[in-house]
Design a binder for this molecule. Structure first.
Ligand code: SF4
Length: 361
């Protein structure tokens, strides 16, 4: 008698995964619906290990959030401020240089740069920003700007999308972090972030950026008002674009933190949901090389567990994370390299320090 440790839905999904068959929308919904978390983890881990063995990647990086002034004021965002609010800020080039110099002895391989849509800044500010970072940190890669910022910069400069991207690339932009889509769904967009670019424009910008030779990541902000079906549709939309451009590097499920937002009545995501999102991403996104467990949002202990649920990357050491912490994240604001490696080793994996493009350092 054949004894199966999986329920019939997961058994079917496991068989498809082992054959290398693409999972359907119905499979995606089953993944989120299953109560069998360990069975799901087993299947996701099978894929993760066949791609990356026992390796778990991380980057030594530094975040620079150049301004928190933003005209959009999305309902889920705790970070943005209006111009003139007492804790609003914008960094000058001197301030940016000072922050880079404070860490100049550290082996920072990547600068992660995002900020709000501040109407006082000109397009030249962004060109200067990239050039300043490149001058001070010539060996580090610049991963900067969401598609929301790229759209804003194209409007600000009066340049076409293609020309905007070309000029940013020439000034030093090498990669993009991929946020800003939140959930590729019109209902969620209109309810939570109506002033942000919509589904179609986000995909258009990513397509343009990939065509220009710039890799991006992709994210999903989950745990607010989105449905399971909307999550799965989002993953399938990303998978279809990846088939076309092959420009996505990693996918990062982002757990919503509601503190200090208009949605503060929404409770934190559960560990079950956090792990299911990692596993769903690993199984649905069969054409993405990497799935990240973003320890800032799910906490360091659960990020370790996520390495056995499909994640192969713990993002970075970060150094002073500001955005999720304004929304109540209780994780550290940064990790040392020793802490990061110890975290990976104690989860049973081999740490691999990487650059932005997954080359081992
Ligand atoms: S999520 Fe981004 S675009 Fe929306 S208010 Fe916050 S900083 Fe602005």
């Amino acid at each position: 008698m054949k004894i199966s440790f999986l329920d019939e839905h997961l058994e079917r999904i496991y068989a498809k995964v082992k054959q290398g068959s693409r999972l359907s929308k119905e499979d995606g919904i089953c993944i989120y619906d299953t109560p069998d978390l360990l069975g799901l983890g087993h299947i996701a881990s099978y894929v993760r290990r066949s791609l990356h063995g026992n390796k778990a990647f991380y980057v030594y990086n530094q975040h620079l959030n150049y301004t928190n002034i933003c005209k959009n004021r999305c309902r889920f965002c705790a970070y943005a401020r209006d111009n003139g609010e007492k804790d609003s800020y914008v960094w000058s080039m001197d301030e940016i240089e000072k922050r880079l110099m404070e860490r100049i002895e550290e082996p920072v391989a990547e600068l992660h740069i995002v900020g709000g849509l501040n109407e006082d800044l000109t397009f030249d500010y962004f060109i200067d920003l990239l050039k300043t970072v490149k001058r001070v940190r010539p060996k580090a890669s610049i991963k900067a700007f969401t598609c929301v910022e790229i759209d804003y910069l194209s409007n600000l400069s009066g340049l076409s999308l293609e020309e905007t991207v070309r000029q940013l690339k020439e000034a030093g932009l090498e990669m993009m972090p991929g946020g800003g889509a939140e959930v590729l769904n019109t209902r969620v967009h209109d309810a939570l972030f109506p002033k942000k670019i919509g589904h179609a424009r986000w995909l258009e910008i990513v397509r343009t950026v990939h065509t220009a030779g710039i890799k991006t990541n992709a994210t999903l902000l989950y745990g607010h008002i989105e449905t399971i079906e909307e999550r799965v549709d989002h993953l399938i939309a990303l998978r279809e674009l990846q088939d076309e451009t092959h420009g996505f590097s990693a996918f990062i499920p982002l757990a919503f933190h509601s503190l200090n937002t208009e949605l503060s009545h929404i409770p934190s995501t559960t560990a079950m949901d956090d792990l299911k999102n990692v596993a769903a991403a690993r199984l649905m996104l069969d054409n993405f090389a990497h799935i990240k467990a973003y320890w800032v949002m799910i906490g360091e202990p659960l990020a370790q567990v996520a390495l056995s649920f499909g994640a192969d990357d713990l993002d970075g050491t970060i150094i002073e994370e500001r955005i999720t912490h304004t929304a109540g994240a209780t994780s550290a604001k940064g990790l040392t390299q020793d802490q990061m490696e110890a975290m990976i080793r104690s989860a049973g994996f081999d740490p691999v320090q990487r650059d932005s493009f997954y080359n081992p350092i």
